[in-house]
Write a protein that binds this ligand. Structure first.
Ligand code: PLP
Length: 388
């Protein structure tokens, strides 16, 4: 197989070898049920609690506030459905127009079943319209806010500390979908950010798919989403997934080290070099605020050509990236995020997302810079709209 140059880390990441190593004994040697009375099971309970402590230390919260789930989507759904159910009739949900479908779809369902949902817009650079947010918080009655920490398509950051403070001052419950932020930002500190709930997912930070976390601050009104046994203090039923929980503990430890050591700065420098190189392509535009942005993400448009066509040619060169568009029922739907930012039609369809990780190298960036200008020129030559 030809070399793979992987730039799709906001979709999913390679599981770190250290994580695989930490998980392996829990499949065939230490496979007990953490809820069992016997020592064989009780011992793995200790490993689970150790992982919970590592994650709590990383997030700046208490271990008791960490609830293990199966993924970011489950955590988000639990926060929204469980939060609205606990707050009761007449609850207003305040969210943004650029959230991930794991938030947008539950909000749509809640709206169809009687809840009021306010969707706050964003500016042209993808940053949150804070005036509109303040206005939404003035709505009387119980309120649940859900705002993403970092946008999965553009990497643009919302000022979550300020948003949480404003929500608390307005008496609202505050949830943040931090699925793209955890492991990439030093600012994730729940001792300083008064969020009531926070979601994230293991597979975005080099743990496997199938493990997530919902942080629930003590005293937060939220109903459990999965009912059954008493696991996770009756907040999330289902036999605990010990190998994956242990793996997530290890992944978080590695992420903490990456932030401490400045490795994340190397990733940022690679992203910036890629950005500068690609901006040399005529009319290329970066989508989203360049400062308030994840260090690993670049969303860039090449007007007058389709993102999907670019991806196809990149894939032939072994480059994995993604576009904001989703191919639904035969029609190419432009990204709801870029639309909310008011991106022009020509940019909407030609946008590509590159998302990096600790495993990206200079050679990966060189490969993109050597093939992409030619791909764009070739596709533009075929475009009836392109005038050089
Ligand atoms: N929230 C955001 C911002 C995401 O980027 C994703 C995944 O891409 C999710 C939620 C859903 O996470 P999962 O795939 O673990 O369900």
């Amino acid at each position: 197989m030809a070399a793979v140059h992987y730039f799709d880390n906001n979709a999913t990441t390679r599981v770190a070898p250290e994580v695989v190593e930490a998980m392996l004994p829990f499949f065939s040697e230490r496979y007990g049920n953490a809820s069992s009375m016997h020592a064989f099971g009780g011992n793995v309970h200790k490993d689970m609690e150790e992982a919970r402590e590592k994650i709590a230390a990383f997030l700046g919260c208490e271990p008791i506030e960490v609830v293990f789930t199966s993924c970011g989507t489950e955590s988000d759904n639990n926060a929204l459905f469980g939060g609205v159910e606990a707050l009761g009739q007449g609850t207003t949900v305040i969210t943004s127009k650029v959230e991930h479908p794991a938030i947008l779809q539950p909000c749509k369902w809640l709206e169809e079943h009687g809840a009021r949902v306010e969707r706050v817009g964003v500016h042209k650079d993808g940053t949150l319209d804070m005036d509109a947010y303040r206005e939404a918080l003035a709505i009387p009655g119980p309120k649940l806010v859900s705002l993403m920490w970092a946008n999965n398509e553009t990497g643009v950051l919302f000022p979550i500390r300020e948003c949480a403070e404003l929500a608390k001052a307005a008496g609202a419950v505050f949830h943040t979908d931090a699925t793209q932020a955890v492991g990439k930002l030093a600012e994730i500190d729940l001792a300083a950010v008064p969020a009531d709930m926070l979601s994230f997912s293991g597979h975005k930070l080099h743990a496997p798919k199938g493990i997530g976390v919902l942080f629930v601050r003590q005293g937060t009104p939220v109903r459990p989403f999965l009912l059954g046994g008493h696991q996770e203090r009756s907040r999330r039923a289902g036999t605990e997934n010990i190998p994956y929980i242990v793996g997530l503990g290890k992944a978080v430890e590695l992420a903490a080290e990456e932030i401490r050591s400045g490795e994340i700065g190397r990733v940022r420098a690679l992203r910036d070099r890629l950005q500068e190189g690609l901006l040399a392509i005529p009319q290329a535009v970066v989508n989203g605020n360049r400062e308030m942005r994840l260090p690993n993400t670049l969303n860039i448009s090449f007007p007058y050509i389709e993102g999907e066509a670019i991806l196809y040619h990149l894939s032939d060169a072994g480059v994995c990236a993604s576009s904001g568009s989703a191919c639904t029922s035969g029609s190419l739907e432009p990204s709801h995020v870029l639309r909310a930012m008011g991106a022009p039609f020509t940019s909407l369809h030609g946008s590509i997302r590159f998302s990096l990780s600790r495993y990206n190298t200079d050679e990966d960036v060189d490969t993109v810079l050597s093939v992409l200008p030619g791909i764009v020129a070739k596709l533009r030559a075929l475009s009836p709209f392109w005038k050089s």
